[in-house]
Every structure is written in structure tokens, then in C-alpha cells.
Design a protein around this ligand. Structure first.
Ligand code: NAD
Ligand code: ZN
Length: 350
């Protein structure tokens, strides 16, 4: 096996370095993976630019990357579900498996979650990386490594649409046409939503959303009065959406999500911005609008995989840029820059 283990390490704000790290030995329930693809997520960029997200602070050098796929290179001695050579998608968060939340199936809420590239836990952007075998999902031959890596954001969309109980007849408003809004759009359509509309501040993102299957789009003008944006949304639907999925984190957009939702409907909040926002809670109370949070995903990876494997969802158009691991700094520049038009930047590790 090659001894080259080129690794992307985040040292601090705007300081990513490529360096060699030791290839780790998988423990009994782990596999060693020859990494194939790692997508760049908004949170990776956030750690690069700000050195922190909320209480998670990059205090010592951290290997970046968590949207990934690879090939099994070595098995720990207890591993039964995989064999050497299997191509897999990697679910990046490994929970404790024994606490109340894990047993209940809501393992995304586990207090002992070990999640790639959330400080102080190292991520997967390296040539070789070891991971819990039960958090690796075998890819069918017709699925690419890029699609495998994209199962990470897609799983967020699956979880959000399940939390909103989307199904046949749903009229869905998605706020924000970044990667998370767009995967939510793909999943909502696959789950049978009758109408899906999506908002953004940026026209180019709405053009892509239309190409991906959005029935309606709404360009939001930040100077518009709140009442007028609510009217704009209701005009688009010729009525009111019964499900809204907020994927911007902006206060004005969270407010719009709640206000635009039909009475008795459900507003799912995915976007994370400021830790505290002002929302029209009494309006939601009076109209029995359920407000539900979404944190990552739990038991959604296999469903995301099936959606792609069966052709119900096509995530490939989300990839706008490709780089080799040697070009990691350039890849992050592209992901950071608004003018690059990047949606998903994909890094190839071999
Ligand atoms: P992104 O920044 O690429 O996309 C956000 C989009 O929202 C952009 O296209 C932007 O133009 C648009 N936008 C911003 N303000 C708006 C407004 N007022 N009205 C309409 N559109 C507006 O981010 P992303 O990667 O797509 O992630 C979206 C959000 O989801 C982020 O806040 C991220 O932190 C969060 N997130 C949450 C989870 C979770 O588990 N809850 C997981 C992943 C991402
Ligand atoms: Zn647990």
C-alpha cells in the first residue's frame, strides 16, 4: 500500500496546509478507506474563514472534510458488513450507540456524537482515513464516488422532508437555493410534493433550481416589506404552502417561512444563522403552525442512497467545480467566492 497520506489540515483562519500524516490502523469495528471524493460544505468554509461555528472553535490543527466517499482498503477484525474493494459512502457522524437517543433511533441527538471536522474531531480530507464500518454504505456499481459524497447533504434534505411529513399533495416552500435548499427540493419532489417553490436573493441560484425541477421560484428583495413578501409567496402558490423548509438561517427568511405557512401546516427550520432570532411566535400559535428543528440526519443515509440509486433523485448537477487534493487551497477559494458561481466543490483524493 502507498505510504503517501497527503492530508488537508486547517491550522487557523485562512490557513489550510497540505501535509503528510500517518496512515491509521483500523480498530476492530472500523475499516481503512482509500478516500475518493470529499465535497466542501458551507461549514468547512465557515471554519476556514471564522475559525469557529458557535461554541465549536478550531483551537488546534484539525483535518477538514466530512462529505465523503472511498474504497475499503483494510478491515478491522470484527467487520462483517464490508469487504476489501467495496466502494462506500461515509456517514461522518458516529454516535455512541448505547444512550437513550441512540436506542430510540434519534442518534443525531447523541451527546457523545463524534462528527468529522467538527472541532476537535478530525475530518476525512486525506488519502487514507479510518471510520466505523457500520457508518459506511456500500455503493452499487452504477453510482459514482461523487454521488456517494453528495449523500451527506442529500441526507439533510431527506431528514428535513421527513420532519415536514412531505407526501403526495404537499405544497412546499423552500427558502434558500444553496446546496441544502436544492437537495430539499430534489427530495420533496421525489416524495410526491405537488408543488415546490423556492426562494433566493440571487437570480443565478434560482435558474439552477428551475433546472433541478422547482415548479416556481421567488426572487426575494431584501428591501421589500414583510407583508409584501408574504403576499408574493401566496400569489405564487395561488394559495398557501402547507410545508415550509427554511434553509438560509436569515431572520427575515425564518419569519417569512412561519408567516407564509398555511394554518395547521408545518415549518421546518434547517438554516443556522445567529443563535437568537426574533420570530412571530404568537402568529404561529394562533394558526397552529408547527415549528420543527432539523439537526443533520438520523437513519437517512440509506434512504438518500436509494433515492439516487433508483434514479428518483439526480444530485450530479450540484457539482460545479472539481479539484485534486493537491489543489485544496484553490478548491476552498472557489467555494468561498460568490463570483465563482460554486454550488458544490468536489475534491478528488487520489
Ligand atoms: P448557502 O449559504 O450556500 O445557501 C444559502 C442560500 O440562501 C444562498 O443561496 C443565499 O443567497 C440564500 N439566502 C440568504 N438569505 C436569504 C433570504 N433572506 N431569502 C432568500 N434566500 C436567502 O448554505 P447551504 O450550504 O445551502 O446551507 C443552508 C443553511 O443550512 C445554512 O445556514 C447552514 O448552516 C444550514 N445547515 C444546517 C444543517 C442542519 O443540520 N440543521 C445542516 C447543513 C446546513
Ligand atoms: Zn448515543
Amino acid at each position: 500500500m502507498a505510504q503517501d497520506n497527503l492530508t488537508a489540515v486547517l491550522y487557523g483562519i485562512n490557513d489550510i496546509r497540505l501535509e503528510q500524516t500517518p496512515i491509521e490502523e483500523p480498530s476492530d469495528n472500523e475499516v481503512l478507506l482509500e478516500m475518493a471524493c470529499v465535497g466542501i460544505c458551507g461549514s468547512d468554509v465557515h471554519y476556514l474563514v471564522n475559525g469557529r461555528i458557535g461554541d465549536f472553535v478550531v483551537e488546534k490543527p484539525m483535518i477538514i472534510g466530512h462529505e465523503s466517499s472511498g474504497k475499503v482498503a483494510k478491515l478491522g477484525k470484527n467487520v462483517k458488513n464490508l469487504k476489501v474493494g467495496d466502494r462506500v459512502a461515509i456517514e461522518p457522524g458516529v454516535s455512541c450507540r448505547i444512550c437513550h437517543f441512540c436506542k430510540e433511533g434519534r442518534y443525531n441527538l447523541c451527546k457523545d456524537m463524534v462528527f468529522c471536522a467538527t472541532p476537535p474531531v478530525h475530518g476525512s480530507l486525506r488519502r487514507y482515513f479510518k471510520h466505523a464500518a457500520d457508518f459506511c454504505y456500500k455503493l452499487p456499481d452504477h453510482m459514482s464516488y461523487e454521488e456517494g459524497a453528495l449523500l451527506e447533504p442529500l441526507s439533510v434534505g431527506v431528514h428535513a422532508c421527513k420532519r415536514a411529513n412531505i407526501g403526495i399533495g404537499s405544497k412546499v416552500l423552500i427558502l434558500g437555493a444553496g446546496p441544502i435548499g436544492l437537495v430539499s427540493l430534489l427530495v420533496a419532489k421525489a416524495m410526491g410534493a405537488t408543488v415546490v417553490a423556492i426562494t433566493d436573493l440571487v437570480e443565478r441560484r434560482l435558474i439552477l433550481a428551475k433546472q433541478l425541477g422547482a415548479d416556481k421560484v421567488a426572487l426575494i428583495d431584501k428591501n421589500m416589506k414583510e407583508d409584501d413578501t408574504v403576499k408574493l409567496i401566496h400569489n405564487i402558490f395561488d394559495g398557501e404552502p402547507d410545508k415550509t423548509i427554511e434553509a438560509t438561517g436569515a431572520q427575515s427568511s425564518i419569519r417569512l417561512a412561519i408567516l407564509a405557512t398555511k394554518s395547521g401546516g408545518c415549518s421546518v427550520l434547517v438554516g443556522m444563522g445567529a443563535p437568537e432570532v426574533q420570530v412571530p411566535l404568537i402568529n404561529a400559535l394562533i394558526r397552529e403552525v408547527d415549528i420543527r428543528g432539523v439537526f443533520r440526519y438520523a437513519n437517512d443515509y440509506a434512504d438518500a442512497l436509494d433515492l439516487v440509486a433508483t434514479g428518483k433523485v439526480d444530485v450530479k448537477p450540484l457539482v460545479t467545480h472539481n479539484f485534486n487534493i493537491e489543489q485544496t487551497v484553490d478548491a476552498f477559494e472557489a467555494a468561498k467566492s460568490v463570483s465563482s458561481g460554486a454550488i458544490k466543490v468536489m475534491i478528488h483524493c487520489q
